[in-house]
Design a protein around this ligand. Structure first.
Ligand SMILES: Nc1ncnc2c1ncn2[C@@H]1O[C@H](COP(=O)(O)OP(=O)(O)OP(=O)(O)O)[C@@H](O)[C@H]1O
Length: 366
């Protein structure tokens, strides 16, 4: 099932003109604050009626303003997951979930209720009131309530933004499961490159109310012209595979024909992984450095050097064997650009100070 969205809207001082398709899986709407992500989500949800809109889910038309068609939010069959979970405080977790269930055109039976409760690990929480849940537990209940309403699509607007790092780490695997186990599209708003690298099947980059690029997470995050966050948050994503686990606590993975060492990952040999490397965690050296503690030193070639701000640059690198290239980004100072003579085609070494690893999307049955 695919969602297709075509929106035009004018606020004073801001024009939205966004058109994209979101396939099954998780599509991240990725852009800096004020770029228009929430306006897109609100229009898709039916909470904002734009000047022009055509929105379709798997052939079902939710809005076509040319023809005067505009379904109200409750007729759209969209599960909405907010930043603040908005649970009913006077109801138990079970009653909150039941509320979602009763919204479904065909309320799911006991088996489906149990499946959602099991998937989100809510078994032990059903009798509790929201006031006695942690932030992460609250988010899981909100996700469950959205799923039980039998949605044809999930909209999640920065669902992790209100959580601290530990709670984020607790919830991210549940979004991975939604992505891998549901056959409906998930539109997920984020301005966090790490989250997008970990979760997105495809990415729609939004800049100043327009779609500036669409592609896989690796393509969008690795392109300094498309990654919408400038140098500070930028980072590339590599598709990798587990090769072996070693007794000293490290796992060996292959990315683009290149060996990388990462802290031990709990995945079998051969499993697909995503490795996220932030641009600010990549150093560049003209000769292979020796006697340093960084484990990952990769031969690379400069593809692009793009000035960022007054005194910095984002360097796009091709790394790995010919034919299996990966893209990395490095954040360097303007001084380093001239001291190292950085230019397209220059061969050098990328020193990765830190990498983070997530499981890759499971193969979809369809
Ligand atoms: N109701 C409104 N009236 C006028 N301007 C609006 C309205 N809603 C949003 N805007 C403007 O539209 C632009 C896009 O806002 P939007 O909330 O969609 O961005 P965003 O990418 O979701 O940002 P954030 O990540 O900060 O939530 C902003 O300039 C905002 O000020």
């Amino acid at each position: 099932m695919t969602v297709s969205v075509d929106l035009r809207h004018r606020f004073e001082g801001f024009t939205l003109a966004a058109r994209f398709e979101a396939p099954a899986g998780l599509t991240a709407l990725f852009g800096r604050s004020g770029s228009g992500k929430s306006t897109v989500v609100n229009a898709v949800a039916g909470l904002l009626r734009p000047d022009h809109a055509r929105i379709e889910i798997g052939g079902r038309v939710l809005a076509d303003t040319e023809r005067g068609l505009w379904l109200p939010p409750e007729k759209r069959r969209i599960g909405y997951i907010f930043q603040d979970a908005r649970l009913f405080p006077h109801m138990s977790v079970r009653q909150n979930l039941d509320y979602g269930r009763k919204l479904a055109p065909v309320p799911p039976g006991r088996a489906e209720f149990d499946r959602v409760v099991g998937m989100l690990g809510l078994e032990g929480l059903l009798a509790r009131r929201p006031a006695r849940l942690s932030g992460g537990e609250t988010s899981r209940v909100a996700i469950g309530r959205a799923l039980l309403a039998g949605p044809e699509m999930i909209l999640a607007d920065e669902p992790l933004a209100a959580l601290d790092e530990a709670r984020k780490a607790e919830i991210l695997p549940y979004f991975e499961r939604l992505r891998d186990e549901l056959s409906i599209p998930i539109l997920y708003v984020s301005h966090a490159a790490g989250e997008v690298a970990r979760l997105a099947t495809s990415v729609v980059a939004i800049e100043a109310g327009r779609v500036s690029g669409q592609g896989s997470a690796a393509q969008i995050l690795g392109d300094p012209g498309l990654t919408p966050l400038g140098a500070r948050e930028a980072g590339a994503m590599l598709e990798a595979r587990v090769v072996a686990h070693h007794a000293d606590g490290l796992s060996e993975v292959q990315a683009g024909g290149q060996v990388l060492w990462v802290p031990r990952v709990d995945r079998p040999e051969g499993a697909a992984l995503r490795v996220h490397v932030r641009a600010q965690d990549v150093m560049l050296a003209l000769v292979r450095p020796e006697g340093i503690s960084a484990l990952n030193v990769i031969p690379a070639v400069v593809r692009d050097v793009r000035p960022v701000g007054a005194d910095g640059a984002l360097v796009q690198l091709g790394a790995g064997m010919a034919g299996a290239q990966s893209t990395l980004l490095a954040r360097v100072t303007a001084r380093s650009v001239s001291a190292l003579g950085l230019r397209s085609g220059l061969e050098l070494f990328a020193v990765l100070k830190a990498v983070s690893v997530a499981r890759d999307q499971a193969a979809r049955p369809d």
